[in-house]
Write a protein that binds this ligand. Structure first.
Ligand code: SAH
Length: 249
């Protein structure tokens, strides 16, 4: 005998048990594994604790801390790591990449000193968490990712969450984004063996470039463009990033 046990229509699941049709809601089916985008008071409490840890580690920029308290980091991670979202640790995301440690995100954002309305270029969209922090600070973000899988996944996630970068680009960030430059700030979230010249060229006078430089581990480096020809360089200790690689994948 042919029997229907369940069927789906327009975001609702109907299951048929003993001839009784039950209605259940289910998460919209999308090409990627989805989960309900739930942010609870408990998550918020954990974020506040995380922000306190970052303060104890030396983060002092109030706007950066407010962004950490606001952005639901657990939603940027694969669900198997969700329980760890509010530890101050990096975790794997798709395509063998990582979501940066919250301290690193906060430290880089603090060095960037981004003001509302400024144009910021981010190299390495990854999970989109750093992008969301920059958007929370009311900057105009242009973000580039070289891994197609991550790019597609994160772009979809941005639209589901209502995050609106000016541009989310699949491409090789090594070249910067000359057609949209110059930028008030450039933030590189992968370890660069050397500083690509394009980043210097696409910085406004007064602009800031935050880039981890090195191969095995990286020195967090800040360049400030003091004039057309003059850059000031400051170094801020050792960090660990996945490598900045050339070309798309
Ligand atoms: N900001 C991200 C960090 C992800 S890790 C987050 O918060 O999750 C760094 C990312 O840089 C990886 O996704 C990697 O694929 C990307 N990447 C490396 N080299 C790149 C390049 N040349 N252009 C664009 N993205 C690059």
């Amino acid at each position: 005998m042919f029997q229907i046990s369940s069927f789906r229509t327009s975001g609702k699941k109907y299951s048929v048990e003993n001839g009784v049709c039950n209605l259940k809601f289910y998460a919209l089916t999308l090409p990627f594994k989805t989960k309900p985008l739930k942010d609870t008071l408990k998550h918020r409490g954990m974020r506040n604790k995380l922000a306190d840890i970052l303060v104890s580690k030396g983060i002092s920029d109030k706007k950066v801390l407010a962004a950490i308290r606001t952005i639901p980091r657990h939603l940027f991670m694969d669900s198997s790591f969700e329980g760890h979202a509010y530890q101050d640790k990096a975790f794997p995301i798709a395509a063998d990449q990582t979501i940066s440690q919250p301290y690193t995100v906060a430290f880089q954002t603090q060095l960037l000193e981004a003001k509302p309305g400024q144009k910021i270029l981010e190299i390495g969209t990854g999970s989109g968490y750093q992008t969301a922090v920059l958007l929370q600070m009311k900057t105009k973000v242009y973000t580039i990712e070289r891994q197609k899988e991550l790019f597609k996944k994160t772009r979809l996630f941005f639209s589901k969450m209502g995050y609106r970068p000016k541009k989310t680009i699949f491409g090789d960030g090594y070249k910067g984004l000359p057609e949209e430059g110059p930028f008030d700030g450039i933030i590189v979230t992968a370890g660069a063996p050397k500083v690509p010249k394009a980043f210097m060229a696409q910085l406004k006078v007064g602009g800031r470039l935050v880039i981890p430089v090195g191969t095995d581990d990286q020195i967090m480096t800040l360049y400030i463009r003091n004039s057309e020809k003059e850059f000031e360089k400051k170094e801020f200790g050792s960090f660990r990033f996945v490598p900045l690689l050339e070309n798309k994948n």
